[in-house]
Write a protein that binds this ligand. Structure first.
Ligand code: AMP
Ligand code: GLY
Length: 415
């Protein structure tokens, strides 16, 4: 009998997950809560918010779901994995305690310090005056991070002392993201890459590497965003760098969490930087990256359900990859990551032959409309990065919508 799967989330990452599961020979039915207009073409969308843990649990039981895959951190932080497991349901993701590797930067940094995992030097503060004195005594640039979930907006790379002071004031005095502490971190210089490993306790199932583009505008100008484009594989990340990252970062962290009684299950996402030739940790996430997932999963040759099931059951499985490059360009609402308007009609998607993952779309009167900040991820697949890039941008130019912008330099540096 084919498997019934529930995917939780409604962005581009979930569209990629749904797409991969819908293509699996093992899967007969995919539900997605809440989904979006693109996901609705490949799954049955269920109108439950990602925060409604009990509602989602009830749905999974009633519909005899075989496997639930969690997209967003918000559901993880609410303990959705713990609740599903208590009820004997299979779910892919970390427990609430293990998800702290993402939701608490202080927990992540302390864990790395205890186990000698390479990362930027840091100190944590709850008091504005103490934090300011520490920053003033140290070098610039300096990195200031809010210690909690801030939708990817709680990090300031301060290039001047007054920027640093403003960031500390916003976070500690004005409580921009709520009451909390900040981590003040050494600035590391180098190219960044994203390494997602599926994990069950001490067992690692590494995915292929991807690279995100976090700033809003070309040449890495403008504010940080959730990600404006990505590609996979990443030519500068050699097999040796990948192996070093596994041996010095991903495996030790998985082992450390198991040793400390909070074994990790799900996606351990290392946001890494190549600093003087050595990979170091910028951050961990406890979930699939967005938009990295959209460029990694299309390259997976193995059946995605087989992989997820093997991880959840702790069985050996080595994912295989297609030897192609995939590059994706995010089309976002003008104004994102700040304020933006919604409700613009998107046309001409039918003329695109490659993949388009929907990030923030809805449908109204049979038309696709913008409903989010990041709206579409338009993909190109090719023999190499340059080929993938050309195809992605050809497709982007076909999209008709009055209120979208995109970066024109995704992948440009490595082509
Ligand atoms: P995070 O949310 O921790 O990934 O931070 C967002 C972005 O800020 C990262 O992708 C980096 O570009 C930058 N960043 C964070 N920490 C550092 C650091 N210690 N040194 C240099 N850049 C950093
Ligand atoms: N693309 C970065 C993230 O998923 O957090």
């Amino acid at each position: 009998m084919g498997k019934k799967v529930l995917v939780i989330g409604g962005g581009g990452r979930c569209h990629a997950i749904v797409d991969s599961l819908a293509r699996s020979e093992r899967v007969s039915k995919v539900y997605c809560a809440p989904g979006n207009a693109g996901i609705a073409t490949q799954a049955e969308c269920v109108p439950l918010p990602v925060s409604d843990v009990e509602g989602l649990l009830g749905f999974a039981k009633e519909n005899e779901i075989d496997m639930t895959v969690v997209g967003p951190e918000a559901s993880l932080a609410l303990g959705i994995v713990d609740r599903f497991r208590e009820e004997g349901l299979k779910i892919f993701g970390p427990t609430k305690a293990a998800a702290r590797i993402e939701s608490s930067k202080e927990y992540a940094k302390d864990l790395m310090a205890r186990h000698g995992v390479p990362t930027a030097a840091y100190r944590t503060f709850g008091d504005f005056d103490e934090a300011l004195a520490y920053v003033k005594a140290g070098p610039i640039p300096v990195v200031i991070k809010y210690d909690g979930l801030a939708a990817g907006k709680g990090v300031v790379v301060a290039l001047t002392m007054s920027e640093a002071e403003d960031a500390l004031r916003d976070m500690l005095l004005d409580e921009q993201f709520g009451k909390g502490r900040v981590v003040v971190e050494e600035f590391l210089n180098g190219p960044e890459f994203s390494f997602m490993c599926l994990v069950n306790g001490r067992k690692l199932y590494p995915l292929d590497i991807a690279r995100d583009h976090k700033r809003a505008y070309d040449n890495d100008a403008g504010p940080n965003t959730g990600g404006m484009g990505a590609y996979s594989p990443v030519p500068f990340v050699t097999e040796e760098i990948r192996r070093t990252a596994i041996e010095t970062i991903l495996q030790p962290v998985a082992d450390a969490m198991a040793d400390e009684g909070v074994p990790f299950t799900g996606v351990l996402y290392g946001g890494l930087i190549l600093h003087n030739g050595t990979p170091k940790v910028i951050e961990f996430n406890a979930r699939f990256g967005d938009p990295e997932t959209e460029v990694v999963l299309p390259r997976l040759k193995s059946d995605f359900y087989d992989l997820i099931e093997a991880v959840v059951e702790g069985r050996d499985f080595t994912p295989e990859w297609r030897p192609v490059s995939v590059l994706g360009v995010v089309m976002a609402s003008k104004g994102y990551p700040g304020k933006y308007d919604k409700g613009y009609t998107i046309r001409n998607l039918d003329s695109i032959t490659g993949k388009v993952y929907h990030m923030g779309t809805g449908s109204r009167d049979g038309k696709i409309q913008t409903v989010g900040g990041r709206v579409l991820m338009v993909l190109g697949e090719g023999d190499d990065l340059a080929d993938a890039r050309r195809k992605a941008y050809d497709a982007v130019k076909r999209v008709e919508c009055d209120n979208l912008f995109y970066r024109s330099d995704i992948g440009a540096r490595e082509c």
